[in-house]
Ligand binder design. Structure first.
Ligand code: SAM
Length: 205
């Protein structure tokens, strides 16, 4: 990893992930997590303050980026339930199957290089009846926005640590065999439309 991707990108992404509209999205999804939780691409731990300690027994965060983990420390100490960091990739989760009640994934599927492999790994580590709780930005339904997403994606991805603007999030979640339980979508206010189309909800294993 070069200096830009190792030191600058995690800080850029941390700033982008801490904006008001994004924090509002976290408030909607993170409290849905229950029991033993795995968080995919935990990054700088922006979700940690929103877990409900009355409903969650433990949190494991997986991320390949060690710098993110150190950025998460201030939020980690206030969590109130056991928290473990696993340095690794969602495409090959180094944990045994059927051990989580909830998997939380926010703004990570855009970046994971092999998203299909990650979704299949998420299903593997969820207990029967377990839930994937997600909030992601992705391909917009409006043709003009979508056209721009495809046009600028190559440069966007290079500058922002592999983040893609144009992934069909819901289609991929369903395609991985999940049954969607609830879903909502909108353009986030105050966010450029190319990066602001959000889809969130929950899906059964
Ligand atoms: C835009 S950040 C979002 C961080 C966090 N989920 C949030 O909501 O603030 C994307 C995160 O995905 C992580 N990531 C990249 N590739 C990954 C992979 N293969 N497996 C798991 N996480 C990955 C990045 O290191 C980064 O922390």
């Amino acid at each position: 990893m070069g200096f830009y991707s190792e030191k600058i990108v995690p800080r850029l992404v941390t700033c982008a992930c801490g904006t008001k509209p994004i924090l509002k999205q976290r408030q909607k999804v993170v409290p849905l997590a229950t029991g033993a939780v795995l968080e995919i691409g935990m990054g700088a731990g922006h979700n940690l303050p929103y877990y409900d300690p009355a409903k969650v027994s433990s949190v494991v965060g997986i991320d390949p980026c060690r710098t993110s983990w150190s950025l998460a420390q201030p939020r980690a100490s206030a969590l109130g339930v056991p928290l473990e960091f696993v340095e690794g990739s969602a495409e090959a989760i180094p944990l045994k199957e059927a051990q989580f009640d909830s998997v939380l994934m926010t703004f990570s599927l855009c970046t994971i290089p092999d998203a299909q492999a990650a979704l299949s790994e998420i299903r593997r580590v969820l207990k029967p009846g377990g839930r994937l709780i997600f909030c992601e930005h992705g391909e917009a339904p409006d043709e003009t926005v979508m056209k721009w997403q495809h046009r600028i994606n190559p440069i966007w991805r290079r500058l922002l640590g592999g983040c893609n603007l144009n992934r069909p999030i819901l289609e991929w979640i369903k395609g991985a065999g999940f049954t969607v339980q609830s879903v909502d979508q909108m353009y986030l206010p105050g966010t450029p439309r190319v990066a602001g189309f959000n889809v969130w909800g929950s899906a059964h294993r």
